[in-house]
Design a protein around this ligand. Structure first.
Ligand SMILES: C[S@@+](CC[C@H](N)C(=O)[O-])C[C@H]1O[C@@H](n2cnc3c(N)ncnc32)[C@H](O)[C@@H]1O
Length: 207
């Protein structure tokens, strides 16, 4: 039987209620480091990370309605107070709503690879979006990326080289929900590991 998904207003952040750049203290009701996951899927990373790091605030951005609803229900059932999820396009949201120097870490795990050449322009990690990611990170803040797609990974590394003087490569430490042999423990990572696909990771810190 299909699970009945509940809407939890304390978890769901509504785009229509936003007015200009976000005030994270108001959104979370407290001061705390802000972690943002772009393409949160079913919320596995958000759930595990938020449970293990109660002092951090987590915002998940997810475009697909069915994943968004699943993630809100899941986080809501756990009663977590340090997670918000918004259903919106991360590209516009990043550009218009996230303030400069406000984010501790961006997590981008298994972004859609858009494998056909004519679709590469749809890939999230591109020069314009990277510029916003860097703008929004605090000094010392991190950007963590994982993908199974070798070609996309090469593109990501190329796009990042432009920021060599601002972004320093650091070790990618596995996230809270990751089990042995996993980096992030998300649904897509588990699916790809089952298919024995290689996983590529990268982490940088804003200097
Ligand atoms: C391949 S899935 C990975 C989901 C999750 N991170 C994981 O590892 O299991 C990519 C997710 O990014 C979402 N997504 C793609 N483009 C997006 C965008 N522009 N804004 C918000 N979410 C987006 C998709 O709907 C999808 O849920």
């Amino acid at each position: 039987m299909a699970r009945i998904l509940k809407e939890y207003p304390s978890v769901a952040l509504k785009p229509e209620n936003l007015d200009g750049k976000i005030d994270f203290v108001r959104v979370f009701g407290r001061v705390g480091p802000v972690h943002i996951e772009i393409g949160a899927g079913k919320g596995t990373f958000l759930l595990n990370q938020a449970r293990s790091q109660p002092g951090n605030n987590f915002l998940g951005i997810e475009w697909a309605r069915k994943y968004y609803r699943y993630a809100v229900d899941r986080i809501g059932r756990w009663g977590l107070t340090n997670v918000r999820i918004i259903r919106t396009d991360a590209v516009a949201f990043l550009a218009d709503f996230i303030p400069d120097n406000s984010v501790e870490c961006f997590h981008i795990y298994f972004p859609d690879p858009w494998p056909k050449k004519r679709h590469h322009k749809r890939r999230f990690i591109c020069p314009a979006n990277l510029e916003h990611l860097v703008r929004c990170l605090k000094t010392g803040g991190q950007l963590k990326i994982a993908t199974d797609h070798a070609d996309y990974f090469e593109q990501i590394k190329t796009v990042l080289t432009v920021w060599n003087e601002k972004l320093q490569e650091i070790d990618f430490l596995p996230t809270a929900g990751a089990e042995a042999c996993e980096w992030v423990g998300t649904n897509f990572e588990r699916k790809y590991l089952k298919d024995q696909r290689p996983i590529y990771t990268l982490a940088v810190r804003k200097m």
